[in-house]
Design a protein around this ligand. Structure first.
Ligand SMILES: NC(=O)C1=CN([C@@H]2O[C@H](COP(=O)(O)OP(=O)(O)OC[C@H]3O[C@@H](n4cnc5c(N)ncnc54)[C@H](OP(=O)(O)O)[C@@H]3O)[C@@H](O)[C@H]2O)C=CC1
Ligand SMILES: CC(=O)C(=O)O
Ligand SMILES: [Mg+2]
Length: 421
């Protein structure tokens, strides 16, 4: 990161007030009567109602539009285990994105423990306060056990964004990028660098969408995960490939797609050079990608490259998913976010990239034109069509798959327009 951007970021976080989020009131609190309604004695009435029927918390409190972003700081972006407190800027950032893109109130919670059981117990005890829980930056393999237990124990959507948000956006982007390169997911040879939360979930979703497991080579710090390798956890085992490839150089040679969900600068130019014609490279590690777009483009000119960052074309980042997916799930009081809802989000995102780009998006990126192609495989986060398209698709999929507990709000399009602010 340039010195200029580093200082600008520190200033952004410190000024004019520390942090990125605050709380606002939704009811008047000026007069003695206002206070008798907001607090004692009036507040007793909604308390009594909720004690009789827990669902009334959706009517009388902010629960239904409130998502907790919860982390233990064990896999903060690609920076590693920075601990709970140091993860707070990222978690506040996710809360900012929930509000900015989907009108969802969100609060960050950092739980200071590396123990999965303690983390699960803590989150379970506070879960009912919220309409949904977005787990964030929790490292594999604990993240899998944590999410599974919390889904089982909580009655609200629990969604590990680094797994499913990333998988949804990656799948939408990859389907589009392969099509532009004249390839099909069913035939593509995919090298996935990283075997953690994001990588495992991405490969699982790609397989469910048609990618062939035997065409996937997954790597961790020790190299290719091959059949018979010792000391491989059961999640990585799912992608053990019966191959004699061992290194990244072996695995990427001839591959159609490289998906990086690992760390900075790990894909070398000579490796990129050895990929098949018209390759797709998703260097999604944050903040520093597996290869910089400048270096990748200088190495060969027939590739499509995406990163997780806002400052290059093709931002493949879960920001394109979680605000809108939660919006749809919250609006029908879904009990969870299931496969049907995830696939609906993939389709909506992938389809939207093929439509003409609105002028305000072009203005935000100071571009004259943009259309479906190598430099535009996926919509931009600023695209105000994302909220109606994704939220509606996800909410409808929740209804159709039987996990919704409420109908769509009346005139949903107008409601979403209000939520977009
Ligand atoms: N663009 C986006 O939307 C998103 C991007 N990401 C990025 O993906 C990365 C991983 O995040 P997440 O899955 O949550 O973290 P995890 O800690 O769960 O997984 C990290 C994985 O990366 C592997 N890895 C790390 N360094 C290397 C290396 N030098 N060589 C090979 N493999 C390596 C680890 O290997 P091992 O198992 O051996 O330790 C592990 O499998 C981060 O950089 C993060 O920023 C994550 C979510 C969303
Ligand atoms: C984008 C994101 O969630 C990550 O890099 O962890
Ligand atoms: Mg994350």
């Amino acid at each position: 990161m340039s010195t200029d951007l580093k200082q600008a970021s520190l200033d952004y976080h410190a000024q004019p007030v520390p942090g990125k989020i605050s709380v606002e009131l939704t009811k008047p609190a000026q007069t003695q009567r206002d206070l008798s309604l907001a607090y004692s004695p009036g507040v007793a009435e909604p308390c009594r109602e909720i004690a009789k029927d827990a669902d009334l918390a959706y009517r009388y409190t902010g629960k239904g539009n409130l998502v907790a972003v919860i982390s233990n700081g064990s896999a903060v972006l690609g920076l590693g285990n920075l601990g709970a407190l140091a993860s707070k800027p990222v978690m506040e950032g996710k809360a900012l994105l929930f509000k900015r893109f989907a009108g969802i109130n969100s609060i960050d919670i950092e739980v200071d423990t590396a123990d999965a059981g303690e983390f699960i117990d803590t989150v379970e005890r506070i879960a009912d306060t919220f309409g949904g829980i977005n787990l964030e930056d929790i490292k594999a393999p604990e993240c899998f056990e944590i999410e599974t237990a919390l889904i089982e124990r909580c009655n609200i959507p629990v969604f590990h964004d680094d797994q499913h948000g990333t998988a949804i956006v990656t799948a939408a982007g990859l389907v589009n990028a392969l099509e532009i390169q004249g390839k099909r997911l069913e035939d593509a040879v995919i090298t996935c660098l990283g075997a953690g939360a994001a990588a495992i979930a991405c490969m699982r979703l790609l397989v469910s969408l048609g990618a062939r497991r035997e065409n996937i080579y997954m790597l961790d710090r020790r190299g290719v995960i091959y059949a018979g390798r010792e000391g491989v956890n059961l999640y990585k085992q799912e992608f053990a490939n019966d191959t004699d490839k061992r290194s990244l150089a072996d695995a990427v040679n001839g591959a159609d797609a490289f998906i990086g969900l690992s760390g900075a600068d790990l894909l070398k130019p000579e490796m990129l050079q050895s990929m098949a014609a018209k390759p797709v490279v998703f260097a999604c590690s944050n903040p520093d990608p597996e290869i910089s777009p400048e270096l990748a483009m200088a190495t060969r000119d027939d590739l499509i490259i995406a990163t997780g960052r806002s400052d290059y074309p093709n931002q493949v980042n879960n920001v394109l998913g979680f605000p809108f997916i939660f919006r749809g799930a919250l609006d029908v009081h879904a009990t969870g976010i299931n496969e049907a809802m995830k696939v609906a989000a993939v389709r909506a995102l992938s389809d939207l990239a093929r439509e003409p780009v609105p002028q305000d998006v072009l203005d935000a990126f100071e571009l004259e034109s943009l259309s479906f192609g190598p430099e535009y495989i996926i919509p931009k986060p600023m695209d105000c069509r994302l909220l109606p398209r994704l939220a509606t698709a996800v909410a409808q999929a929740a209804i159709d798959s039987g996990v919704a507990r409420a109908d769509l709000p009346q005139d949903y399009a107008a409601y979403l327009a209000e939520m977009a602010g």
